[in-house]
Design a protein around this ligand. Sequence first.
Ligand code: NDP
Length: 250
Amino acid sequence: MIDLQGKVALVTGGSRGIGRAVAERLAAQGAEVIITYVRHRTNASAVVAGIEGQGGRCLALRANLADEESLAAMCAEVQERYPQVDIIVSNAASGVLKPVTDLKSRHWDWAMHVNARALMLLTQRLVPIIPKGGRIIAISSIGAIRAIPNYTVVGASKGALESLVRHLAVELGSRGIRVNTVSAGVVETDALQKFPNRDDIIASALARTPLGRLTTPQDVADLVLFLCSDLAAMVHGQTLMVDGGYAAYG
Ligand code: NDP
């Protein structure tokens, strides 16, 4: 049994999909959880109610992670309310899906800011209250290392995110803070609805996944939990895949 009693975990984008599963998983193991959302307060409130209904503690904070001021205000509130944050899960992501020829600079900037820069800014602001033994976990996708049609700006931002994780691991290791990436296979969340070729993506993922099913939010949450545990004491600066073997397929 992994015991997270007494730990505080911040899960960005913890109001829906994978982030929600992570928040609920960490709360179920005893962590006090802070989730962030940007547009859909109802989803965030439902997660808080669900966790509190199970006897846990959860706070929802609004922040647009593309906006440095909004991110800073959220971090300031976290610092006011909590003496320390033990776990940061950088999960929130956003980005327009278009062919390269239709992309504008603002699409690039948005994806980079939400998906990659946010982790750097979160780390800078919160590292003073992350204790020895703290964990930082970024959520990425295979788009960081493989081309996926229409996924250009998100894929590029995930590549930047995975590189950032390695740099953070080297810089923060001496403080006893472990930093890793979890890269998930195709997961049926709201995000997938935005893909014009959603059905093809699911069919192709199923055909190429040796374990024969899609990855679930709970699969991702289980790997995050493992990385938060002492079982992963020497796992550092890595990208761990949870995809049923999808990425291993030639
Ligand atoms: P969802 O689209 O279901 O949820 C996204 C979450 O991020 C929501 O909580 C949303 O808040 C929040 N969010 C979006 N934009 C911003 C922003 N500008 N500022 C702050 N918060 C924001 O995503 P998934 O659960 O599918 O994905 C979660 C993570 O997993 C992402 O990093 C994604 O890239 C990764 N991933 C997903 C895969 C998939 O197949 N679904 C596969 C591999 C990786 P709100 O509801 O308020 O908008």
